[in-house]
Ligand binder design. Structure first.
Ligand code: NDP
Ligand code: MG
Length: 397
């Protein structure tokens, strides 16, 4: 396809140094002239950011960690690159909302991505949303901001991207009008799908991050092992598609070929399939509404078995906790998310057992759910309190 005469999309990538960020820049590099990189952001990985600056020549490179920004500034000067290095959380908001930018890839991990992503929603950008925690924490607020500004929201999470592709293009959140009965989120089941409860309780960080089908950052890999990732995705689907909780179903599909499905009133079920490679949903959203080359190997179904089974919430209580938080409403999802982030970090540090993740989230929800969630300040306060309650609980274990 020719891109001659086409105005490039001007892109900021939040979380450029992470797994989604790297995949995004891989797709961007396949389409010279189609995208112009305005800003890249990272937290700690200086050399990776430097390499990305060499290739993509952004105007700005932001490191949220000041020490990393100082190191990057020195390296940029040594190499004579023209990029301007900024630091801190405020700079993330600046490069996400700059008037030159039309498209934002939101791929910071965790609630740390919320302020800049929400600011871009308020500023009316096209948002490619990988950072699911933003929607989990601030769902109503975020969707209200999108509606008020006329921003465009394209899901990157493979399941939600699949559902987006399988819904009518003009879907407006009205299930009845569109004849949609249910959204089916597929789950790989993660690395512990077939383990006993006792084996799961004793699992190590190395086992938890060894995902069978996807290469991802550490936090989401642990979330996949606990099925909290699917729980967060249920909440994400609720907001993205205006679904009621009972309209969102989860089915375990260990091969990760069917990325999710939409069930219609006439009995039709429309699925999106593909090789498990995040460059597919990334390319879909980068090129939308056009289909562009993603570098993904073709799906070969010959001789493949596709299987489906019910999720087991007894061995994977995190999935149930997410449904519970969704039903509770208010600040519960923000509390769930923050408690999970703390517990996963402790687990990755080797400080607590895998089973402590679900236990600490349940404890934190019991302690804090039910508080106000009307403003961003309410949500940030719920996040702060939940981190403190979860940390105290885990300290005592
Ligand atoms: P990674 O851990 O690989 O990358 C996270 C990125 O965020 C890095 O650029 C990191 O910087 C940056 N970062 C970390 N902490 C902060 C902070 N406090 N402030 C600013 N930036 C920070 O994660 P993934 O790419 O795997 O995931 C990113 C998001 O996308 C998550 O929300 C995840 O749930 C979602 N997602 C990921 C999928 C995947 O396949 N990986 C699939 C679907 C959704 P640095 O590395 O420089 O320290
Ligand atoms: Mg997903």
């Amino acid at each position: 396809m020719t891109t001659v005469g086409m105005k490039p999309r001007v892109l900021t990538v939040l979380g450029a140094t992470g797994t989604i960020g790297v995949n995004t820049l891989d797709v961007v590099a396949r389409h010279p002239g189609r995208f112009e990189v305005f800003a890249l952001t990272g937290a700690t990985q200086v050399e990776r950011m430097l390499g990305q600056c060499r290739i993509h020549h952004p105007r700005f490179a932001v490191m949220s960690e000041p020490a990393a920004a100082a190191a990057l500034r020195a390296r940029v000067a040594e190499e004579g690159l023209t990029v301007e290095v900024l630091e801190g959380a405020a700079a993330l908001i600046e490069v996400a909302t700059a008037p030159e930018v039309d498209t934002l890839m939101a791929a910071i991990v965790g609630a740390a991505g919320l302020p800049a992503t929400l600011a871009a929603a308020q500023a009316g950008k096209r948002i490619l949303l990988a950072n699911k925690e933003t929607l989990v924490v601030s769902g109503q607020l975020f969707m209200d901001a999108i509606a008020a500004s006329g921003a465009e929201l394209l899901p990157i999470d493979s399941e939600h991207n699949a559902i987006f592709q399988a819904l009518p293009r003009d879907f407006n959140g009205d299930f009845l009008q569109a004849g949609v009965k249910a959204l089916w989120l597929t789950a790989s089941g993660g690395p512990f799908r077939t383990l006993s409860a006792a084996a799961i309780a004793a699992a190590t960080p190395a086992q938890a991050v060894a995902h069978p089908n996807w290469v991802m950052g550490k936090k989401i890999s642990v979330d996949s092992a606990s099925l909290m990732n699917k729980g967060l995705e249920v909440i994400e689907a609720r907001w993205l598609f205006n679904a009621r909780p009972e309209q969102i179903k989860v089915v375990v599909h260990p091969q990760s070929i069917v990325h999710s499905m939409v069930e219609y009133a006439d009995g039709s079920v429309i699925a999106q399939m593909g090789t498990p490679d995040m460059r597919t949903p990334i390319a879909y959203a980068l090129g939308f509404p056009e289909r562009i080359e993603a570098g993904v190997s073709a799906l070969d179904l010959m001789g493949r078995q596709l299987t489906f089974e019910a999720p087991d919430t007894a061995r994977f209580p995190c999935l149930q906790l997410a449904f519970d938080a969704l039903a509770a409403g208010g600040n519960a999802a923000a509390v769930l998310n923050a408690a999970n982030e703390v517990a996963v970090a402790r687990f990755l540090d080797g400080a607590v057992a895998f089973s402590a993740i679900a236990a600490s989230i349940a404890h934190t929800l019991d302690t804090l759910a039910g508080g106000a969630a009307d403003t961003l300040d309410d949500l940030l306060e719920a996040d702060r309190q939940a981190r403190s309650v979860a940390a105290t609980y885990l300290e005592a274990r």
